[in-house]
Design a protein around this ligand. Structure first.
Ligand code: BGC
Length: 255
């Protein structure tokens, strides 16, 4: 039987989901995207997740369900949310989702999911040693993987550099909001990655988020010891990583 699980990626603007073939890391059908409700409270988002799942009907019955959120997640409880409604702070998110969808779900950080997807199916496939995945989007997300094993909830977007929260200087949204030239943005991104490199000495950096489409405009100009490469799974990484995690790592409580 083909190993399949359902992945859902919750972002600030959209909730996206699809079943994933875990042999190949490919979606088995087109993904469904529903705009994130505003305000994006856990209850409102849980309803959206239930609606999204219902669009797949019986086809996905019994599949493990993995869900990403842009938050620190500890045992199904979301602890910190920089760019989502503050009701997610200290929220039993796995329970809220489980009651909305009528069964257990696995919840993990969005960048951790993207890192897993790149590790098993994308730009970091086959890499041993230390891989640091970063997503440059509204904020900066991170995933640390050592010899293929995830160290969850790393939050390297919030390290302080030169007196600033790093994501407030180097996230992709800042480039747009402050109308920065690529040259100006490259300086900030250089400072960010050289700091990570000094602290962690990774063997590989992978850069995801929408801006990875423009990787040729900034990645080749960075001066780092470790190779730095664009993510390959683009906007499917969250879905794929969530499905992988639900299938391979998480066991539903009371299962
Ligand atoms: C959050 C992280 C999240 C990242 C990307 C950050 O602001 O703190 O949890 O992974 O944004 O969404």
């Amino acid at each position: 039987m083909v190993a399949t699980a359902f992945g859902i990626d919750i972002g600030g603007s959209g909730v996206k989901g699809a079943p994933v073939d875990l042999e190949t890391g490919e979606l088995t059908t087109d993904r469904v995207r529903i705009p994130t409700p505003q305000p994006s409270t856990p209850k409102a988002v849980a309803k959206t997740v239930a609606k999204l799942l219902s669009e797949f009907g019986d086809d996905i019955k019994g599949l493990p369900i993995g869900i990403t959120v842009p938050c620190i997640v500890i045992n199904g409880v979301t602890q910190f949310a920089a760019n989502l409604d503050k009701k997610w702070i200290n929220c039993p998110a796995a329970d809220v989702m489980a009651s909305a969808v009528g069964g257990p779900v696995d919840i993990l950080n969005d960048a951790d999911a993207a890192g897993i997807a790149e590790m098993y199916y994308g730009a970091a496939k086959g890499h041993s040693g230390l891989v640091i995945m970063t997503t440059l989007g509204t904020g900066i997300g991170s995933a640390i993987l050592y010899n293929g094993v995830l160290v969850p909830n790393s939050e390297l977007g919030h390290i302080e550099i030169d007196g600033f929260d790093a994501e407030k200087r180097a996230a992709a949204s800042i480039r747009t909001n402050e109308d920065l030239s690529w040259a100006a943005y490259i300086k900030r991104v250089q400072r960010y990655y050289e700091t990570l490199e000094f602290l962690f000495s990774p063997d590989l950096f992978v850069v995801g988020g929408g801006i990875s489409r423009d990787a040729d405009k900034f990645l080749p100009f960075l001066k780092l010891r470790a190779p730095i490469v664009p993510a390959e799974l683009r906007n499917q990484a969250g879905i794929v990583g969530a499905a992988w995690h639900a299938y391979h790592v998480w066991q539903p409580l009371n299962a």
